[in-house]
Design a protein around this ligand. Structure first.
Ligand SMILES: Cc1ncc(COP(=O)(O)O)c(C=O)c1O
Length: 361
């Protein structure tokens, strides 16, 4: 039993900023003098319409999203978007996919349900996804409808260190890195993300899509999956995840009040460097990722001894550093240090790792 908040290194759902939780707590019974909670409010009410409009405006401001992009708030998480992508974008049937980990592989497999011409442009599975294929390693198809990449690989702890050059629109899964640093949205056709890591509680995906790609759905697909129809309905084709959108708005306000994405990048770069520097100097713990491809958000590491890994994870949890166990498919450890993880959480974790190393060597 913990009496206070502890450091939660979960890959998602994950920590939210304390200021955001406190604001939500303050407003939970009576939002803005409406006498109701956002949880109880009609999505057609003036109050909620203002919330969703402000959330979208803040998204646009914080990410500097150009005017020719729509911002959609959709249910089903990033996983449902794995299917929405081929439904909305496949025209010739040919699309390029790069496999750099677990979710990009799932997404690639999902696309294969819609076309037998889905092309694997590159994969880093030859080295257990510890690197990102570089431009010259990409085997891109002529006239592909799009190129799909997963920009930050949550399970393996890698991140794309460049934006590929291609004539096709790039579709990027940014579930585990969105809002962690500035990104040039104009280089992408579609950016999408499950919100439960860096934006809000679970229950929604954000889809940022260039308008010329909104051509409507052909085929017998559910209307809900149609990005064009969703854009025309301002993400309110049906009852949207109102609470999630509201929380997303609070997180965006918090980012704005704290210097925007430039400040996030500086903070996140310093924060992950504390951990990587320790890993690079430790005799017990090691990063499995080549330095050029290391994620700022998900730091994976191992001791090389499964029993020692287990002992570390258990003792860390007792000390108030929870969810450090690596993904079940890879083992080892992973510290997910999204925007809401404070610097001191990582400093204290490193101090704990040093003490563990001393006591166990
Ligand atoms: C990179 C990435 N893509 C997709 C997903 C799946 O997201 P969701 O659970 O929102 O479907 C996750 C995580 O859970 C993820 O980390």
């Amino acid at each position: 039993m913990f009496q206070e908040r502890i450091y939660n290194f979960s890959a998602g759902p994950s920590m939210l900023p304390v200021e955001v939780l406190e604001k939500a707590q303050k407003e939970i019974l009576n939002y803005g003098g409406t006498g109701t909670s956002v949880m109880e409010m009609s999505h057609r009410s003036k109050a909620f319409e203002a919330i969703i409009a402000q959330t979208e405006a803040d998204f646009r401001e914080v990410m500097q999203i150009p005017d020719n992009y729509k911002v959609l708030f959709l249910q089903g998480g990033a996983t449902l978007e794995f299917a929405a992508i081929p439904m909305n974008l496949l025209k010739t049937g040919v699309a390029d996919y790069v496999r750099t980990g677990q979710f990009s592989t799932k997404c690639y497999k999902e696309a294969q349900r819609f076309s037998d011409k889905i092309h694997l442009a590159a994969s880093s599975d030859d080295k257990t996804y510890s690197y990102i294929p570089q431009q010259e390693q990409l085997d891109l198809s002529e006239g592909a409808d799009y190129l799909h990449i997963c920009f930050n690989n949550t399970v393996f702890g890698t991140k794309w260190n460049y934006i590929p050059e291609t004539d096709a629109p790039i579709v990027a899964d940014m579930s585990s890195c969105i809002l962690s640093e500035p990104i040039d949205v104009s280089k992408f056709g579609v950016i999408y993300a499950g919100v439960q890591k860096n934006i809000a509680p679970a229950g929604m995906a954000v889809v940022i899509v260039r308008e010329d790609l909104l051509t409507g759905l052909e085929g017998k697909y559910p209307t809900y999956m149609d990005w064009k129809a969703q854009a025309e309905a301002d993400s309110m084709m049906n009852t949207p995840p109102c609470w999630c959108i509201y929380m997303c708005g609070l997180v965006l306000q918090w980012i704005k009040e704290n210097g925007g994405l430039e400040a996030r990048k500086e903070y996140n770069a310093k924060k992950c460097a504390i951990l990587y520097d320790f890993l690079d100097n430790s005799k017990m713990f090691k990063s499995a990722v080549e330095p050029a491809y290391r994620s700022m958000m998900n730091v994976t590491f191992v001791t090389g001894n499964d029993e020692l890994d287990k002992k570390f994870v258990a003792e860390a949890a007792e000390a108030g550093f929870i969810n450090l166990k690596g993904h079940r498919s890879v083992g080892g450890m992973r510290a997910s240090i999204y925007n809401a993880m404070p610097m001191e959480g990582v400093e204290k974790l490193v101090a704990f790792m040093k003490a563990f190393e001393e006591a166990n060597s």
